[in-house]
Design a protein around this ligand. Structure first.
Ligand code: 1GP
Length: 244
């Protein structure tokens, strides 16, 4: 089954959970353990991405270690051409819609497009939108983050992604953001689009997860939660808020 069909099928049953792993944040062995825990508590997919400085070696080692441990899909979201691996089930081919740096909008992606196509790896096109605070991404990718109270702008980007023919739109508050995307913004965006809505950044508790789910997120992404002690239980409670 393709990953897009897998996600569609899971979205049809409830809210999907994605665990994000940055290879630069831990050793490959630890990454493998975290991915396995995520699978055990019910996460639907592991997404690998690096926030700058990702090396080819780190990507390869982490990917291979995770691959050996899990059976749920493993997807990579490259931020450019700096590191590439084909040990994935699919690639999030994303465009950072509110970046002022064209490398993040389409330049970096174009550098790897022909290779991805020739390798016949499945690509899922994702319109990526950063909302305040946006954290590291704001400087790193020269982003003009969507203000937290500007629901119109948020919905405009989302509809833009849909009209461009993208498979998903992904709203990101930034890794380790103090709060997730506002529920009102998620509702406003969801009302306007018919493609699935992915939401991530700052989701740490079951309450956060339930709020984001009830506002209309089809897919919820968490990262930081697995970097701290007691992550298994915290992840489990997030999963139960998404899947109950
Ligand atoms: C996924 O970048 C996020 O969209 C991860 O955010 O680390 O805050 O969970 P957290």
């Amino acid at each position: 089954m393709s990953i897009i069909d897998y996600l569609d099928e899971r979205i049809g049953r409830g809210t999907v959970h994605i665990t994000l792993i940055d290879p630069m944040k831990q050793s490959p062995e630890v990454a493998g353990r975290l991915a396995l825990t995520a699978q055990e508590v019910g996460s639907d997919l592991i997404l690998v991405t690096g926030l700058g400085g990702l090396t080819q070696r780190d990507l390869l080692d982490t990917t291979l270690t995770i691959r050996e441990k899990i059976s749920i899909p493993l997807v990579y979201s490259p931020t450019g051409a700096e590191a590439l691996s084909f040990s994935f089930d699919a690639i999030f081919f994303s465009s950072l819609l509110n970046s002022k740096n064209t490398n993040f909008v389409c330049g970096g992606q174009s550098k790897v497009a022909i290779v991805l196509k020739r390798m016949e790896i499945e690509t899922l096109s994702v319109g990526y939108v950063i909302v305040e605070p946006g954290m590291k991404m704001v400087d790193l990718a020269k982003v003009e983050p969507v203000p937290r109270d500007n629901y119109w702008l948020a919905a405009s980007y989302a509809v833009g992604a849909e009209l461009f023919g993208m498979d998903y739109v992904y709203f990101e508050a930034g890794t380790s953001a103090a709060q997730p995307i506002p529920a009102g913004m998620i509702r406003a965006v969801k009302k306007e689009i018919s493609i699935p809505l992915i939401v991530g950044g700052g989701i740490r508790t079951a309450i956060d997860a339930r709020r984001v789910r009830q506002a209309g997120a089809d897919v919820v992404v968490t990262g930081t939660i697995i970097e701290n002690a007691g992550y298994r239980e915290r992840l489990r409670s997030i999963l139960s808020a998404l899947k109950d």
